[in-house]
Write a protein that binds this ligand. Structure first.
Ligand code: KIV
Length: 291
């Protein structure tokens, strides 16, 4: 693929050729590319994806990192939380996202219960995601408490994205999805968590639902990129759940979400138009029929 055959979003003349977003790279993003983006001070986008078709759209749009989040539980599989998501489900969804993409680094979540028992359990399940689904990295939730698991995975050659602040797999312990890091002690703990996952070898860290000022301080103190969600503008990267970002989600979305489209209404309109034409007898027409 050369620069002139890239989709419009990737042809920006204002961005250097080696930019993570908007560059002319014709291979998959690697964790080294992510590290050099931090050194250049480049900001970059990440989206979730749960299937080959949607992932392909985001890949063509130049999104350099796609997360097969266990938010698939709420956003794709119909559960209330991420807690019920299984390893088998994550392997299936991740393999589809890998098949549907050519350039994005695919990061897959280790779901609840797949890494908390021991670092060995984390390595066993991360290995499944790399071997069976073909992802390039895994993500797990927790700061200091997950450092030993991150260390073992990284030593074994598994790139790890950490996730601190609000950790949705702990919804039952947290009693919901409250903002984290408010107050001195909580802010110090968040900084300790960030430093612990960096020291353990994580290549990036998601900061979820933390005050913007604190996220900016954490970002400035780390050599690895921070990926914010509800963490203000001071992070190196930003992630959104795609169904929230594109307006597919029904009901209330968190305050930190910006909706860039209203796909739910577009799809609903298409389904209603189809329904009306079938019921009224105008579909299929002659042009849709064989003789
Ligand atoms: O599961 C997920 O989608 C996530 C993002 C919200 C960061 O962890």
């Amino acid at each position: 693929m050369n620069a002139s055959s890239l989709p419009p979003a990737q042809q920006s003349s204002e961005r250097p050729a080696n930019s993570l977003y908007g560059g002319t790279r014709n291979r998959r993003t690697t964790v080294r590319d992510v590290a050099t983006a931090k050194q250049r001070g480049e900001r970059w986008p990440m989206l979730t994806a749960y299937d080959a078709l949607t992932a392909g759209v985001f890949d063509e749009a130049g999104i350099p990192v796609l997360l097969v989040g266990d938010s698939a539980g709420n956003c794709h599989l119909g559960y209330d939380t991420t807690v019920p998501v299984t390893m088998d489900q994550m392997v299936m969804l991740s393999a589809a996202v890998v098949r549907g993409t050519e350039r994005a680094l695919i990061v897959a979540d280790l779901p609840f219960g797949s890494y908390q028992e021991s670092p060995a359990q984390a390595l066993h399940n991360a290995t499944r995601l790399l071997k069976e689904a073909g992802v390039g990295a895994v993500k797990l939730e927790g700061g200091e408490r997950t450092a030993a698991a991150i260390e073992l995975l990284v030593q074994a050659g598994v790139p790890v994205m950490a996730h601190i602040g609000l950790t949705p797999q702990s919804v039952h312990a947290l009693g919901g999805y409250p903002v984290q890091g408010r107050g001195d002690e909580a802010a110090h703990q968040l900084m300790r968590d960030a430093k612990a996952v960096q020291a353990a070898g994580a290549f990036a860290v998601v900061l979820e639902a933390v005050p913007a000022e604190l996220a900016a301080q954490v970002t400035a103190s780390l050599a690895i990129p921070t990926v914010g969600i509800g963490a203000g503008a001071g992070c190196d990267a930003q992630v959104l759940v795609w169904t929230d970002m594109a307006g597919m989600t029904s009901g209330r979305v968190p305050r930190f979400v910006k909706q860039y489209a209203n796909l739910r209404s577009v799809l609903g309109d298409a389904a209603r138009a189809f329904g009306e034409e079938v019921a009224g007898g105008s579909f299929p027409g002659e042009e849709h029929s064989f003789h």
